[in-house]
Design a protein around this ligand. Structure first.
Ligand code: ADP
Ligand code: MG
Length: 310
């Protein structure tokens, strides 16, 4: 019998908290802590598919490569590299945690490709900043040399911006389902997945896919009961950052949709999480949750985080 299936999306803070040094030992320490909550759910008998962000790591790879003369690393390759890097870290940390608890479960990470539409508007208007900050002069040189689109960042300096198209399909859906059905814990959709377009053949493109939207699509396609998005805040707040901010403990999807349409949630952070939950519930999901990385078990029990009902 298939146990209840949860797709859990881990935010970038599972590996690095804001302002921490980005060395590997810090990342290991964070991942080891982050997987405890996942192990709690596995111990309770839930099936899991784990997805994760890759912002700082993909930025790091692109920064290293930008220092090389005449070596261009396409973004699809950089995303694939982070799927291995972070997938490996989650896999080993979770395996160790399960062994400690006497649980004999295999954890497997897959290289996961996500189909995007080549006529997606995002390709005409790249908007997602990635990698390092450059001066105006450096930015101009990079555009001349590599054809990069550079844009002024609100935090000062110039950054490369790339398209962030909508995920349309997940190429490994039946493999993921097969693995889950056979009792494996699966890590998929790392960094939102490798962006692929299809002409006569499949081909990777220079873009990044939002990990929350990719996780939502994955959750719907494998028929998950729950989507849980874990990040560095307690849940969705109303009036976030203001004096009167207030945690939304539970909300009906139609009310959340209204707030979303009023522009209550910013596009780069809480916006895609909220949209991911709305889409999941409209596509047959039973409950979506947003909450803090360390609270997975309590969030599922409805004790913490934001619960979104259909
Ligand atoms: P992740 O790496 O987990 O995807 P993000 O930085 O993309 O994390 O999104 C989480 C951030 O969203 C929080 O740290 C918070 O600053 C921001 N945020 C913006 N609006 C809200 C809101 N209404 N409620 C909660 N958090 C919000
Ligand atoms: Mg994010």
């Amino acid at each position: 019998m298939q146990s209840d299936l949860i797709v859990i999306a881990m935010g970038g803070n599972a590996f690095l908290k804001k302002g921490e040094p980005d060395d590997i030992s810090t990342q290991w320490r964070n991942v080891k802590k982050s997987v405890k909550g996942l192990a709690d759910l596995i111990e309770k008998g839930y099936s899991l598919v784990i997805t994760h962000g890759n912002g700082p790591q993909v930025g790091k790879i692109l920064e290293w490569v930008s220092k090389q003369e005449d070596f261009i690393l396409p973004i699809d390759i950089a995303v694939a590299m982070t799927q291995g890097w972070l997938g490996y870290m989650i896999e080993i940390s979770l395996k160790n945690e399960l062994i400690k608890r006497g649980l004999n479960k295999e954890v497997v990470c897959i290289v996961n490709n996500i189909l995007v539409d080549k006529s997606d508007e995002a390709f005409i208007k790249p908007s997602k900043p990635i990698g390092s900050y450059y001066s105006k002069e450096e930015a101009k040189k990079l555009t001349e040399k590599f054809g990069w689109v550079m844009s002024r960042d609100v935090r000062g300096g110039y950054r490369r911006v790339v398209p962030s198209p909508e995920p349309m399909d997940n190429l490994e859906i039946s493999s993921i389902k097969h693995l889950v059905d056979n009792g494996y814990i699966v890590i998929a959709c790392g960094g939102g997945g490798i962006p692929i377009i299809k002409n006569e053949e499949y081909k990777g493109v220079d873009a990044v896919i939002d990990k929350d939207l990719a996780s939502s699509l994955l959750a719907s396609r494998i028929g998950a009961k729950y989507l849980m998005i874990l990040t560095d805040v307690e849940g969705i707040y109303r009036n976030y950052g203001k004096e009167n901010m207030e945690l939304i403990k539970e909300i009906h999807v139609s009310d959340l949709e209204k707030l979303y349409s009023y522009g209550e949630f910013p596009p780069g952070s809480m916006g895609p999480k909220v949209l991911a939950c709305i889409k999941f519930l409209k596509n047959g999901g039973e409950r979506a949750m947003i909450g803090h990385l360390e609270d997975a078990s309590e969030i599922l029990r409805g004790k913490k985080g934001t619960q979104i009902y259909k």
